[in-house]
Design a protein around this ligand. Structure first.
Ligand SMILES: [Zn+2]
Length: 408
């Protein structure tokens, strides 16, 4: 009976839920590393929203960052006290978004002008991570409206910097000693389209920057220079091939089951067509099954670079921008996994599956401290794509799961 009340209370707020998400999408929160001003303006709006809900306590943990106009990266925690404070139920979502990318590809609406179409809210940050952020707030709001005290204190953490390594976000909160071994952690920042996938393990991550240096010259006289772009491209193709062939093991526990090695960001080189570039920069995003040793991969990457240097006379420097070794998976029998499975069965009537993904969420930082964390949400995996959207139905149903979790 209680669940039915919770469900109908959430349903009745549908309009408010969608409008609130749209308000947040209108305010970009791009990290300085991605050319943005950070999350401060969005955090101000979030505070206005949180203040209307009736939380017991709201705390701020700003991380100093000279690169943004406000000089700080905001992190906010909102508490709703429960019957017990010994173990707390955390829902951790992030405020920051990735840049929109090529705006001409946004055909439904502009990235920061959210619109509703076919039951979906379109806009950058709608799915990643706006949907879950709003779902967590309205889950608590529903409990407050109904006068239901949760079993455990609920703590909603809204963090900065997730897309750029989390140094100013969840890592900053962890440094404050906020989390305890008995806490239950939900990071709704990945998932599948029917909400049946609970992530408890992740791959290791490696971000590489490949800088090739040749000699700039006029395009009519390639003999007088050394085309860094050609060498850089050839190296990138060779590296891509070597990594895929050598590190090809599959593990069906993970989705996708193999390691991924992707050339991604390409930096601008010269401004004119008739200049042969002397510099070339390309990045690789690698998500690697835990079986593999990252140092061995780096070693192979460097050896291949040396081979290309010898062949071409160019210089190839490999910079490691990020390196994270996959932490020990969350125990599939831990309390939060069992509870979430139960909540999903109750709300969705489906049987959840537990497994691993490419990683790169806040969940990893908790696992490193051996605090059990689950990563879960119901999404069409539109994150980082043009025409990103969140399904309103998923937003509402995930809020139900969170509210349900709080009472278990
Ligand atoms: Zn995200």
């Amino acid at each position: 009976m209680q669940f039915q009340n919770i469900f109908s209370e959430i349903e009745s707020q549908k309009n408010d839920v969608t409008q609130t998400l749209m308000e947040l999408i209108r305010i970009p929160a791009i990290a300085p590393g991605n050319g943005g001003e950070g999350e401060s303006k969005k955090a101000e709006k979030l505070m206005q929203i949180l203040e209307t809900v009736g939380f017991d306590k709201i705390e701020h943990y700003d991380a100093e960052d000279e690169r943004v106009p406000s000089k700080k990266r905001p992190n906010i925690i909102a508490y709703y006290y429960g019957e017990s404070n010994a173990e707390r139920l955390w829902i951790v979502t992030h405020l920051d978004i990735v840049p929109p990318g090529d705006e001409s590809l946004w055909t439904v609406t502009k990235p920061f002008e959210p619109t509703i179409k076919d039951g979906r809210i379109y806009g950058r940050g709608s799915e990643d991570n706006g949907q879950s952020l709003i779902a967590s707030i309205f889950a608590v709001k529903t409990l407050i409206n109904l006068g239901i005290k949760p079993k455990r204190t609920m703590a909603l953490a809204f963090v900065a910097d997730e897309e750029q390594g989390s140094l100013y976000g969840i890592q900053h909160l962890i440094k404050q000693g906020l989390f305890k071994k008995d806490d239950l952690i939900v990071v709704p920042d990945s998932g599948n389209e029917n909400g049946s996938f609970i992530e408890v393990a992740e791959k290791s991550g490696l971000w590489l920057k490949v800088c090739t240096t040749g000699k700039q010259t006029h395009a009519s006289r390639p003999d007088k220079g050394l085309n860094a772009h050609r060498v850089g491209m050839e190296y990138a193709v060779a590296l891509d091939k070597m990594l895929h062939e050598k590190y090809s093991i599959k593990d069906e526990y993970f989705d996708p089951p193999q390691s991924t090695f992707e050339p991604t960001k390409k930096e601008n080189n010269v401004d004119a067509v008739n200049i042969i570039p002397g510099e070339d920069v390309v990045h690789f995003d690698c998500r690697i099954l835990p079986n593999y040793d990252l140092n061995q991969i780096l070693n192979d990457t460097n050896l291949l670079a040396e081979e290309f240097e010898g062949k071409t006379g160019a210089k190839i420097k490999i910079e490691v921008l990020q390196k994270s070794v996959a932490p020990k998976p969350t125990d599939v029998n831990s309390k939060i996994v069992i509870m979430l499975q139960d909540a999903i069965r109750k709300v969705r009537g489906i049987e959840p599956k537990v497994g691993g993904i490419g990683g790169g969420t806040c969940g990893a930082f908790f696992r490193k401290m051996e605090i059990p964390a689950v990563v879960w949400s119901t999404i069409d995996e539109m994150a980082h794509q043009p025409n990103e959207y969140a399904k309103i139905e998923n937003l509402i149903d995930d809020a139900k799961v969170f509210a349900c979790l709080a009472t278990m």
